[in-house]
Ligand binder design. Structure first.
Ligand SMILES: [Zn+2]
Length: 177
């Protein structure tokens, strides 16, 4: 079956960004380079703390599409220590709360792709958190088969960074509503 958004999935410079050797230390993975704040590596960092980094996906599926990854280079979920697993999941919950405050999505797709065969293009384990909104598909998405983002990444980032207090709340406690 033809993918719904072939142009989106075949962003030509994405491969270059992931594989470009001279842009970062040889053989180093892109998420490790972002973690180390290497020069020339574009990164929209929302938050980092307790061994976890949250960035906006450069090729977002929707506005606010975040990548959440452990600072330690781990390629499989069961390589995480119990503490890392708890912390990573905590950040997933906190990021979802952050998106709820700022972007008001109506739903989420959350998960990770482990291994090339599963669609993972980066070996460093990372969760995707994709907020979903009503009436996401517009005329151009369907006719032009190209995703159109209504908001530039730096604007999304600035809006999200105004509510970093969510990372101080314990997401495992029941919501005070
Ligand atoms: Zn890595």
């Amino acid at each position: 079956m033809e993918p719904l958004f072939p142009d989106y999935f075949l962003v030509p410079h994405k491969k270059e960004y992931i594989t470009h050797p001279e842009k970062r230390e040889k053989g180093k993975c892109i998420l490790c380079a972002i973690r180390d704040r290497e020069e020339g590596i574009p990164a929209y960092e929302v938050y980092r703390g307790n061994g976890v980094v949250i960035i906006l996906n450069l090729y977002p599926y929707t506005s606010g599409h975040g990548l959440i990854f452990p600072e330690r280079h781990v390629s499989e979920y069961d390589e995480l220590s119990f503490e890392e697993m708890v912390e990573l999941n905590k950040k997933v919950l906190q990021y979802m709360r952050l998106l709820r405050i700022v972007q008001r999505p109506k739903g989420f797709n959350v998960g990770f792709n482990q291994g090339y065969e599963a669609g993972g293009s980066i070996e460093h384990l990372h969760f995707h958190v994709v907020p979903r909104y009503p009436r996401e598909l517009n005329f151009i998405d369907l006719i032009g088969k190209t995703r159109v983002l209504l908001e530039p990444l730096d604007q999304t980032l600035a809006a999200l960074r105004r509510h970093l207090e969510v990372f101080e709340e314990d997401p495992f406690l029941p919501k005070a509503e």
